[in-house]
Design a protein around this ligand. Structure first.
Ligand SMILES: Cc1ncc(COP(=O)(O)O)c(C=O)c1O
Length: 277
């Protein structure tokens, strides 16, 4: 919003449900209100796995609202989007055919070195129209004949690294079954960790854990106790957790997606988390 010059005061946060997922009814309500106020909503971002909690926005219902209002829908699949490699997790993308663009990060959960983001657009012409520049010194026969795709026209800068190459090697190395095996194992470990949290009376789950990210906290001691726990864990040098705030409360985040992470690491982490409680 800042880069496009739209201004943060024109940015709308849409209400979320009890699972922290976007509420399509509130999206619709805000669009109607903005239209009535003479404003023109034009862009919606929904998320398949929000950063904080992996909340999965209902893409189909959001997409239908966007179609109704003629608004561009971008779906951000950051980390969780990788799960869609596995047929059994592909439901997270339900309604994605209503999106105008979609992105996910192989650098987060597809064993690819930082940085690597995959971007898909339904109609590349719209993107190219907005971003293409063709000064004299860039003109060439291949471009003029439409024989090549000039990816420089797909993003803001002109220069471009060849990130697709390393992703190609990752895909060749693991194969689709290898990638799926890792994703499935990480989800299994995430669910295992969530079960340990749920079974321990000192802890609670702070949000649904649909995949490989588990948000949890100590029941007692409030934010102070949880902050102290995070600091102790990270200072131990044995594991590294990040935190967020959910429902106004400090929350720890366990994310399982490292190439070499195994069950023994997750178990060791849980022991480290619980040993002083
Ligand atoms: C939902 C979401 N979108 C996008 C990003 C950032 O993606 P990139 O590294 O491609 O800018 C993150 C990273 O934390 C994220 O959680």
């Amino acid at each position: 919003m800042g880069i496009a010059g739209v201004g943060r005061d024109n940015l709308r946060a849409v209400a979320v449900d009890g699972d922290f997922a976007m509420r399509p009814d509130d999206l619709r309500r805000q669009m109607v209100a903005d239209r009535a106020a003479g404003l023109l909503p034009f862009f919606v971002v929904a998320t398949i796995g929000t950063t904080s909690s992996t909340a999965l926005d209902p893409i189909r219902a959001i997409g239908e609202v966007c179609r109704e209002f003629g608004v561009w829908l971008h779906v951000d699949g950051a980390m969780a989007g990788t799960a869609a490699l596995c047929p059994e997790f592909r439901h997270i993308q339900d309604g994605l055919e209503l999106a105008d663009s979609y992105a996910f990060n192989p650098h987060k959960w597809m064993f690819t070195n930082f940085d690597c983001d995959c971007l898909w657009v339904a109609d590349r012409a719209a993107l190219i129209r907005a971003l293409s520049i063709l000064p004299e010194y860039l003109k060439n026969a291949a471009t003029a004949a439409g024989a090549v795709i000039d990816y420089r026209d797909w993003h803001v800068q002109l220069g471009r690294r060849f990130r697709a190459l390393k992703l190609w090697f990752v895909i060749r190395h693991y194969g689709v079954e290898g990638l799926r095996a890792h994703v499935r194992e990480h989800v299994r470990l995430g669910q295992q960790f969530a079960a340990w949290v749920a079974a321990d009376p000192a802890f609670e789950l702070a949000a649904p854990a649909p995949l490989n990210l588990v948000c949890f906290r100590l029941r007692e001691g409030g934010d102070e106790a949880n902050r102290a726990l995070l600091e102790r864990l990270n200072a131990s040098g044995k594991l590294y957790l990040t935190h967020t705030v959910l429902d106004g409360r400090y929350t720890l985040r366990m994310s399982i997606g490292g190439t070499l992470t195994e069950e023994r690491h997750v178990l060791a982490a849980w022991k480290e988390i619980t040993h002083e409680e």
